[in-house]
Design a binder for this molecule. Sequence first.
Ligand code: 5AD
Ligand code: SF4
Length: 452
Amino acid sequence: MSRYHVKSFGCQMNVYDSERMGDLLAAEGHVAVDSPDGADIVVLNTCHIREKAAEKLYSDIGRLKKPRADGSRPVIVAAGCVAQAEGAEIGRRAPAVDVIVGPLAYHNLPELLKQAAAIPEDARGARWGRAIDTDMPAIPKFAHLPARRHQGASAFLTVQEGCDKFCTFCVVPYTRGGETSRPQADLVAEAEALVAAGAVEITLIGQNVNAYDGGAAGTDSLPLLIARLAEIPGLQRIRYTTSHPRDMTRALIEAHRDIPKLMPYLHLPVQSGSSQVLKAMNRAHTRESYLATLAELRSVRPDIALSGDFIVGFPGETEADFADTLRIVAEVGYAQAYSFKYSIRPGTPAALMPDQVPEPVKEERLARLQAAITAGAHDFNKASVGRRTEILLERPGRKPGQLIGKTPWLQSAVVEIPGAKIGDLIAVEITAGQPNSVEAVPLFTPAERTAA
Ligand code: 5AD
Ligand code: SF4
């Protein structure tokens, strides 16, 4: 029996994978610890989207390979998308790594640890020999994973993986492979287990979650899956992320009207407000088609909160293109959004495009965009003052007595409510809007609510 620690570097999918690697190790009798310091096995679950992802990995490995006070050092596992993309390179640059495993192969983690342990130690500074698996197997890993052990009010559920879209800036189609969907019956079973363990909210995740086609309705299977999950008693809230504008079907849009448990929130990355840049990005949508999709959504669900991703400084982006991006931010009124400076990913088409934008220009555009996004989010929060709604309590606040919950629109809401606990759904009125959160007061105490 060993103590293990899994460190997540990235997106929700990365967090889900970390949890599932933990499930695999626990099923082998190992025990989770909160920090890498006391761990015998440390899994570094890397993310390729984040800037300097590889540097972060190497600096962690550098720290972990140093012998501790008692002379011991952990077995080091490099996992995730950087391991997939640069497995061989990691082996050369960081010989101390014992296991290298990609995101589609981690169901083999226990076996890889055994293989590595069986290889005699050499002079590399590793604990064991090295085992590596960056295959993209035809049979998805999910069938080989043990039951979920997740505890908590809110849980992720991977329904779809991979990407067929090949945006010219992105590595995902290369690291996660093509789009694959899990069978609906498996997802219903996993969701039921999560709810039985206390989850009241489930977020369906996938690189292109709305390309989900694991049910009878082919590419319209996501709304059917959501409708099926909404039948699970005890499950109160359903969300999904990340969606591609191309796959926003009429049936999915209408699900936001017809399924009360489906929260009024959509993360729909646009990347740029300029149709010309979108073409160069190979996004398969234009500024106009994106706005038309949002108009359809708002016509069925007027209060829907919108979120997006933006890239500034894509090769060839002019000041006029960037102005289109600022305009789309103002026009849409995002509740929140993420923005990134374009950065080269080797092996992607945009890496070789002419007219790369100089770093200072990217920085200046990013600062302007982020100011616009922050102001928009503040406006959104201020506009929700006076709304009566429910929040799902998720964690303690900064001050004693405070709790932080999420509104249906995914705003963080700060409340003081004696007797309430994490996981409760509490009726509140929103009383103030801050740049990154709202303040709320409870409409009932938990005791009044129980009595009612
Ligand atoms: N440069 C900058 N941002 C990127 N993203 C993906 N690849 C890159 C890149 N090469 C951003 C996109 C995507 C989000 C997850 O990360 O906006 O939607
Ligand atoms: Fe990357 Fe584009 Fe696929 Fe999203 S849709 S994962 S940005 S290639």
